[in-house]
Design a binder for this molecule. Sequence first.
Ligand SMILES: NC(=O)c1ccc[n+]([C@@H]2O[C@H](COP(=O)([O-])OP(=O)(O)OC[C@H]3O[C@@H](n4cnc5c(N)ncnc54)[C@H](O)[C@@H]3O)[C@@H](O)[C@H]2O)c1
Length: 375
Amino acid sequence: MEKYYHYPLDQLKQFEKAVFIGMGVPEDEAEICADILNAADRRGIDSHGIGRLKPIYYDRIMHDKIQLATTDFVIERDVAATAVVNGNNGMGFVVAKKAMDMAIAKARTYGIAMVIAKNSTHYGIAAYYPLLATQHDMIGITGTNARPSTAPTWGIENMLGTNPLVFAVPTDEPFAFTNDYATSTAQRGKIELYAREGKALPPGWVIGVDGRSKTDPQEVLADLTTGRAALTPLGGIGEELGGHKGYGFATVVELLSAGLQMGGFLKQLNGVQNGHKTPILLGHFFIAIDIAHFHAVDVVKKQMGDILRALRDSKKAGAERIYTHGEKEYLHSLDRDRTGVPLPLAVCQQMSRMRDELGLDYAFEWDEIRLKRHL
Ligand SMILES: NC(=O)c1ccc[n+]([C@@H]2O[C@H](COP(=O)([O-])OP(=O)(O)OC[C@H]3O[C@@H](n4cnc5c(N)ncnc54)[C@H](O)[C@@H]3O)[C@@H](O)[C@H]2O)c1
């Protein structure tokens, strides 16, 4: 059984911010980055919180030098309800937050608005951005392309990214409806979790070069990097369970992320050229829809809530409870506000390493434990 160290959320956010500042991110933008990373930790999305800080952001900026800590956010086109912005290989978090804010401001005037971001980088949990729209009584939608990892239906090559397609809808409940997930059946973070727990993967998550399912998580992690395995689109291998439908949604995300701004797509985003790591310049899209342009806000929010409550109240089998999307993350956030974020030792070690390399003035509970072991 893996040991976890519980770290209070607000203190974790301060550490995350200090690391971003240490990496060269300006303080106001470090606040944005830490807030988004911390939102993942708070919502229980452990695959995209503090555990990603070192491998995805710190290493790419400090060691691989393929991403910039400063974000030169340029508005390239701005026409009524639409805009195209350029992130110039800066922080995807900052690009995405500013782009969504633009979409929200435009939707207030036009009812619906769409902003496309080009030359951006990994933007973390997709839900963060549409949830900003819900705070303004708007529906928010986003998607992003990502490094290729997913095969098309009847294919075995990793062509598409895990390309999340995410909607958030305001309701009269304490949490918004939020379907926040990849358009692949699983994503790498989940496979890492299975590897850590020594569990076999459910059949259908990963396809090998022979077109058959692979279930050994350690083997899959190695094979995904060498192209000997690919994730399957949502629905799994073949057409029987609707794999072609997930493949279609993943393609829509690729088309909207890259197609309107002439950005890199599919294998162009693999981050390697002639054996060297290269920038992974992603595209994202952000849509805001102001519900006040359709009906009275409170009436719409109640109607949305009624739809979700009807789903949760319907007859059940196999489990005691029916959830609606965003509910589990809301429950996680209540829990984590009380108990903090459970950190596995591997993540603690990454935190210590970043602290030491940046010379940050932090003492961790696990330092003591290691010290005692060495006495
Ligand atoms: N930036 C990127 O490139 C990128 C790529 C892929 C995924 N992501 C992020 O990774 C995170 C995890 O993605 P994932 O694909 O592993 O998600 P997942 O498979 O864990 O699904 C999570 C979603 O399903 C909902 N959910 C879970 N159980 C449910 C139930 N029984 N009934 C109703 N709803 C339920 C949750 O509320 C949530 O909306 C997300 O935040 C996503 O945005 C980011």
